[in-house]
Write a protein that binds this ligand. Structure first.
Ligand SMILES: [Ca+2]
Length: 618
């Protein structure tokens, strides 16, 4: 989320025990009288901590806890999109720590402000000059992506270097690396035009990692040896998180009857500005009702207007738009954009501007973004502008990869409805990877939105998938790994000035590995799944079904108030390496039910708000 945490969010109702208990909101005196001993009791439970919690698992909820509400079935309203099947991943990821290395491998760590906390698997390889890491390729490929951390310059502006890649008989390949797009410092100033400091002296380093992609001159076979070397001539010790192998799909040729961007004689060298020519070509193609085909090449653009029609590239490895402000700006009519990459140059997070987002504006109803690779931007797509544009309906984002961002990858905002992100990879986003936020100031609530079969890794701030009001929603078959801070794998939250939740929120068949956070905002440890009723009561159908939680940083599930939540149900949870199944935070109100939890090893429930919260496990 970009500016919801800023001035906008700060002006909203701050969750406080005074307000929650009614003394600031005109609740009848009789209720106040009741609340006084309850508040004392909650404090006592908090002090007693684990011991009191263990007892709470063995006895029925105290008489003061409200019984779970018997709910009427929620009417089922059809979604515009069927949930598609999960597509096979085209990439194979090999962790550096699983290779053989002449370097060193730091211990597993989730300690904030360390590179380990933000690494895949929380481990990586550190390579001094002359050191290397080697893998045996389990399959053939002709391209690599390496996730690395390169030391920042003393002035924070960043510096460049290179790794060497040696693959079987191929000539040694040079893989450029840089620290320009990673590294953020200090306390974030949410909502400002410069959220993170780039000055290393501010301390508290974050966002250590970046990626470098390289297409090789030819393929290597399964069993080939891949060695990544920090050259002896380097003066830097750097870190490698993983290498990813992929066979680049064949070049897509021009669709029959299409208009070719080549006819507009673009510079296509990544240097000369092609913005005006692209806008011209897009307008011509739309007017002629033809597809605009953009051949393989690198095109330097700024913000380019695309009002309607289709932009078809030759493939996300082949047709690449670049530039510090590279962007496609939509104008309200339906669009289709497919098989391109947009690589920006965003090094700071500006919460007051949509410059630095790969896509902006409002696409028309029924628009699609397919197989698009976005890197080094603020957001891939923050949909529509609050107060100016209502989000579209039936927007589908499919088969994309959004990596190395300063904020959310996708936010279905401002009343976006009946839309879906599916089979999309998000890595290293600087805020929620995929979110649906329905701010009251942004118009009507959004709903009937779906996140399905997405693969999310290492958001360096916030959550993998986050829902903020509105509904109904489906969150189905997604994978989230390695959240770091103020975040969960899946977060369902009534805050940030959102509309109330309505309808059914179905969270099904997701796998959350090493998710949650040791601390969060609002405070406290955070579960791999988090339900937060901080600003509004949550009175809808929240059904979590057959989700798998592995090795969370804290608990599998955390439930937090101070507003009331009802209708929260977990069924068929599968838990591995989870000592704490549910963590009901002090002051939480409402109820939740856990049915058929499968646990490997010992696990327990903790209810630190047992006088206000009914926790039932069947
Ligand atoms: Ca790793």
């Amino acid at each position: 989320m970009t500016w919801k945490r800023g001035a906008e969010a700060a002006s909203k109702r701050e969750p406080s025990s005074i307000r929650a208990n009614g003394s600031a909101s005109g609740v009848k005196p009789a209720r106040l009288t009741l609340m006084v001993p309850v508040r004392v009791a909650v404090v006592a439970v908090s002090v007693l901590g684990t011991l009191s919690v263990a007892v709470s698992c063995l006895v029925p909820p105290p008489a003061l806890a409200p019984p779970p509400r018997v709910r009427e079935p929620v009417p089922v309203t059809p979604y515009a999109f069927e949930v598609p099947p999960a597509l096979a991943k085209s990439t194979l990821l090999l962790e550096a720590e699983a290779g053989s290395t002449t370097g060193s491998i730091p211990e597993f760590s989730t300690q904030l402000y360390t590179a380990g906390a933000e690494a895949s698997g929380r481990r990586y390889v550190s390579l001094a000059p002359g050191q290397s890491v080697t893998w045996r390729a389990p399959r053939s490929a002709d391209s690599v992506v390496v996730r690395y951390s390169y030391p920042d310059s003393a002035d924070g502006r960043g510096k460049d270097g290179a790794l060497e890649l040696r693959v079987s008989a191929l000539p040694t390949q040079r893989l450029p690396v840089t620290s320009r797009f990673s590294w953020a410092y200090g306390k974030p100033a949410w909502g400002s035009n410069d959220v993170w400091a780039s000055e290393p002296r501010r301390g508290s380093p974050r966002h250590f990692w970046d990626e470098s992609a390289l297409k090789l001159p030819s393929a290597f076979a399964a069993g080939a040896t891949l060695t990544l070397l920090n050259p002896a001539s380097s003066e830097q010790t750097l870190s490698v998180d993983f290498i990813e192998l992929e066979t680049v799909p064949p070049e897509l040729t021009a669709p029959q009857g299409s208009l070719s961007f080549a006819d507009y004689q673009p510079a296509a060298d990544g240097v000369g500005d092609d913005t005006a020519k692209l806008e011209h070509a897009l307008a011509d193609a739309a007017q002629q009702k033809r597809v605009l085909y953009v051949p393989a090449g690198t095109y330097h653009i700024a913000s380019a207007q695309m009002n309607e029609g289709t932009l078809q590239g030759a493939g996300m490895w082949r047709t690449r738009f670049v530039g510090p402000t590279a962007q496609l700006r939509f104008g309200g009519e339906p669009v289709r954009v497919a098989d391109i990459a947009i690589f920006g140059g965003t090094t700071q997070r500006d919460d007051k501007s949509d410059v630095g987002n790969a896509f902006t504006g409002r696409p028309g109803d029924g628009s699609t973004l397919e197989r698009i690779w976005v890197e080094h931007m603020k957001c891939a797509f923050w949909v529509a502008k609050a107060g100016e544009e209502r989000g579209p309906t039936r927007l589908r984002i499919s088969g994309c990869r959004f990596r190395d961002l300063m904020a959310d990858a996708v936010n279905f905002c401002n009343g976006t409805t009946d839309s879906m992100v599916d089979n999309t990879e998000v890595r290293n986003s600087g805020d929620d990877s995929l979110a649906a936020w329905s701010p009251e100031h942004g118009g009507p609530a959004g709903g009937h939105n779906t996140f399905a079969h997405d693969f999310i890794q290492s958001p360096w701030v916030a959550s993998g998938i986050a829902l903020y009001g509105g509904g109904p929603f489906r969150v189905i078959g997604n994978t989230v790994q390695d959240t770091v801070t103020t975040g969960s794998g899946i977060y369902v939250s009534a805050n940030f000035g959102a509309h109330p939740f309505t309808g059914a929120v179905e969270v099904t068949d997701n796998v959350l590995t090493r998710c949650g956070a040791h601390e969060s905002d609002p405070g406290g440890p955070t579960g791999a799944i988090r339900v937060l009723a901080s600003d509004l009561d949550m009175d809808a159908e929240f059904l979590f079904r057959h989700d798998t939680v592995r090795e969370p940083l804290e608990s599998a599930v955390s439930l937090q108030g101070p507003r009331r939540m009802t209708g929260v149900r977990f069924e068929d949870l599968v838990l591995e390496g989870v000592p704490l199944i549910a963590d009901v935070r002090p002051g939480a109100r409402g109820d939740a039910t856990f049915g058929r939890v499968t646990v490997q090893g010992e696990a327990r429930y903790r209810n630190a708000s047992q006088f206000l919260f009914a926790l039932t496990h069947e």
